[in-house]
Design a binder for this molecule. Structure first.
Ligand code: NAD
Ligand code: DAU
Length: 336
């Protein structure tokens, strides 16, 4: 099988490529990525010379570039996106261009090329926010109520993917998953930022009261879930992926402080994110019952593995916390 993995130089995409090459060694992977600030070919250094892996630099919003890369491809797995909520609040435009227009162009070219399956990787953020006091969880039939420009752009992309199935019979699947963490995550998201800030002797910024709740999924469990959806998922279907490990942000940060043997005075409460979703939780019953997916990692063990990875791979993330990142950090964390 020949797969076109878009956004394969990013966090989840590169973990997926490592996972796929290990578990499906006879398949061919084309990594198609335009290398934004979040795309990093160092993530794939160990496989770059593999016979069944190639990289093509290109933009999913550029039909000509996609057409060139998609020749003889059986399956498209679309990870390519602008992915950080805070950046979408500072500047929504690139989110619309890649996540909405890019997805539509990718769909058109993939349809024209006659691919057997188009898998779209999406997020639980499209469902909006849950009340802290409720027991409600997001399911495949939950209403779409995106609150950030990022979530709204992902919601639009999901609708397009679904519409291409309904209108053209295009063979799609969609997954909506919870917050990922693990190796190769750009050091802008809560867990990767907290670990790297602490390793640099800096404080960890915690938004608002720190009592926001997320459902943390180890990236390797996510990759295994996508594999199952590609092998056994029903064409046209959506699957929610999550692990039922709801934790307050402040507790996540305290666990990281404990692993790194650092003191709570490294916590710095900062101005809240506008439109901040209070709680996310996923009911993963469908993918469990229909496809037999089960997460293999528990949160505490996977967090230790992740902290260890960042400790051992300082040169990987230190380069990313460069001048450009400093500019973003200043704008994001020192606004008044
Ligand atoms: P990321 O920001 O780490 O990586 C995104 C990758 O896409 C980068 O390599 C970037 O260069 C590439 N890219 C961006 N615009 C592109 C374009 N126009 N053409 C080609 N490539 C482009 O993101 P991630 O965290 O790995 O997320 C991957 C996907 O999973 C996204 O679609 C995201 O919405 C979704 N998702 C992420 C999470 C999470 O917790 N990180 C959770 C749920 C869903
Ligand atoms: O739920 C899935 C989504 O998870 C993905 O679709 C997104 O691509 C991904 O970025 C992530 O979105 P979040 O906004 O939930 O992740 P983030 O790591 O940015 O924030 C997690 C929580 O931590 C959230 O409540 C905001 C808070 N936070 C975040 C940062 C970066 C802080 O308190 N301080 C911070 O500095």
């Amino acid at each position: 099988m020949r797969l076109l993995v878009t956004g394969g130089a990013g966090f989840i995409g590169s973990n997926f490529i490592h996972y796929w090459l290990k578990n499906h060694p006879s398949d061919q992977i084309i990594n198609f990525d335009n290398l934004t600030y979040a795309g990093n070919l160092e993530n794939l250094e160990s496989v770059k010379n593999s016979q069944n892996y190639t990289f093509t630099k290109g933009d999913i919003a550029n039909a000509k570039e996609v057409r060139y890369a998609i020749k003889n491809v059986d399956v498209v797995v679309n990870f390519a996106a602008e992915s950080h909520v805070d950046r979408s609040i500072l500047d929504p435009a690139p989110f619309i261009l890649t996540n909405v227009v890019g997805t539509q162009i990718l769909l058109d070219v993939a349809k024209e090329a006659g691919v057997r399956r188009f898998h779209h990787v999406s997020t639980d953020e499209v469902y909006g926010s849950l009340d802290l006091n409720s027991k409600e969880k997001f399911r495949e039939d939950s209403p779409y109520r995106p609150n950030s420009p990022y979530a709204a752009s992902k919601a639009a992309s999901d609708h397009l993917v679904r519409a291409y199935h309904a209108t053209y019979g295009f063979p799609i699947t969609v997954t909506n998953c919870s917050n990922n963490f693990g190796p190769y995550q750009f050091p802008e998201k809560l867990i990767s930022l907290a670990i790297t800030n602490l390793l640099e002797g800096k404080k960890v910024p915690v938004y608002g009261d720190g009592l926001y709740v997320r459902d943390w999924l180890y990236v390797k469990d996510h990759c295994a879930a996508i594999d199952l959806v590609l092998q056994k998922g029903k064409v046209g279907a959506t699957y929610c992926i999550g692990v039922d490990s709801a934790i307050e942000n402040i507790e996540v940060v305290k666990k990281i402080l404990k692993i790194l043997d650092q003191s709570p005075d490294k916590i710095e409460y900062v101005k809240d994110r506008p439109g901040h979703d209070r709680r996310y939780a996923i009911d993963a019953a469908k993918i469990t019952k229909e496809l037999g997916w089960q997460p293999k990692y528990n949160f505490d063990d996977a967090l230790k593995l992740t902290v260890d990875w960042y400790r051992k791979n300082k040169s990987w993330w230190q380069k990313l916390k460069n001048k450009q990142f400093g500019k973003y950090y200043q704008e994001q964390y020192h606004r008044r």
